[in-house]
Write a protein that binds this ligand. Structure first.
Ligand code: DON
Length: 309
């Protein structure tokens, strides 16, 4: 496997830049509308501890939905598969990430998977802690472990902005409470969820998290096991089937890597046993995925035959 050199990544960033104009930054969370649409960055982290990167690599952005795969790993570690999958299913929906439709038509009313907002809310509700701040501290510590970065924390501005406008997520939460999928206080749940989504990161740190998933839950640079292999495997499988929402099928065909996107423009992608990829590009397509980020992955996957299929 050729190491993608910094100059190859530079060329990839430049080639993908022309797509930026066809997307838009997310605006339904008001604080995200402040992002610079032109930013674009990629980092590849290797098991020997080296990293190649190009573009605006030091720009920080919030995890948003990428946090869903991390909270899933944490909930599975804390509660086991049987309990977690009694509250959330394993099937793709084909619907947008915030859709409520399947909650009403599925009997019993259980979210179809942990990568859509309904499923992610049900998972966040499981994170251990007696208070919202204990829960978010627990989650943040886990992200610190995955990135090796003690400075990792959430953006209060982005968390507050989402908390005060999260009408759809509130609806999903109350609907699931009515149907016994979630118990407890929905406002507290939204507090924890919006903070987990607002964890600040850059694409190099994101690539480090991807590297841990690439090596089945072990940090190959230190040899430390962070996630049990079976749980890392479950997370990667969800990335393939549901990680890019209702674009997951096309993504699997065109790019063929386990990946998870977020509306701030981040994409975490995994080449199993090889390297982790972190991407930032806040101009999004109509399904909420980074438009130039997808282009960069497509160029790399085609050029270097990265598809796992
Ligand atoms: O719950 C939300 O709507 C956001 N905090 C996260 C959504 C998201 O990132 C969907 N991604 N493409």
């Amino acid at each position: 496997m050729a190491c993608k050199s910094a100059s190859e990544l530079e060329r990839t960033v430049n080639a993908a830049r022309e797509c930026i104009q066809y997307g838009n930054v997310a605006a339904y969370i008001p604080a995200l509308a402040k992002a610079n649409k032109e930013d674009l960055a990629i980092a590849l982290y290797y098991p020997d501890g080296t990293c190649n990167s190009a573009g605006d690599v030091n720009k920080r952005f919030t995890l948003q939905s990428i946090s869903k795969v991390i909270s899933l790993a944490l909930a599975l570690m804390e509660h086991g598969e049987k309990y977690v999958f009694s509250k959330v299913g394993m099937e793709p929906t084909g619907d947008p990430f915030h859709s409520i439709a399947k909650l009403e038509t599925t009997v019993p009313s259980k979210p179809l998977n942990p990568m859509i907002n309904a499923g992610a809310l049900a998972v966040t509700n499981m994170i251990s802690g007696n208070t919202a701040s204990e829960q978010i501290n627990n989650f943040t510590s886990f992200v610190r472990k995955l990135t090796g970065g003690d400075h990792i924390s959430y953006s209060s501005e982005v968390a507050d902005s989402e908390f005060h406008t999260a009408y759809l997520n509130r609806s999903l939460g109350y609907y699931m409470k009515e149907h016994g999928i979630i118990n407890g206080d929905i406002e507290r749940l939204l507090d924890v969820y919006t903070k987990q989504c607002a964890i600040n990161i850059n694409c190099i740190e994101l690539a480090k998290i991807a590297l841990v998933f690439a090596f089945d839950g072990t940090n190959p640079c230190t040899g430390e096991r962070i996630i049990p292999a079976q749980i890392a495997r479950i997370c990667k499988t969800f990335m393939v089937t549901c990680g890019m929402y209702n674009a997951s099928g096309e993504f699997a065909i065109k790019i063929g890597l386990p990946a998870k996107s977020g509306v701030s423009g981040g994409i975490l992608a995994v080449l199993p046993n090889k390297f982790g990829i972190g991407i930032y590009g806040p101009s999004l397509d109509d399904k909420g995925n980074s438009i130039a980020g997808l282009k960069m992955l497509e160029i790399l996957s085609t050029t270097f035959k990265l598809s796992i299929f």
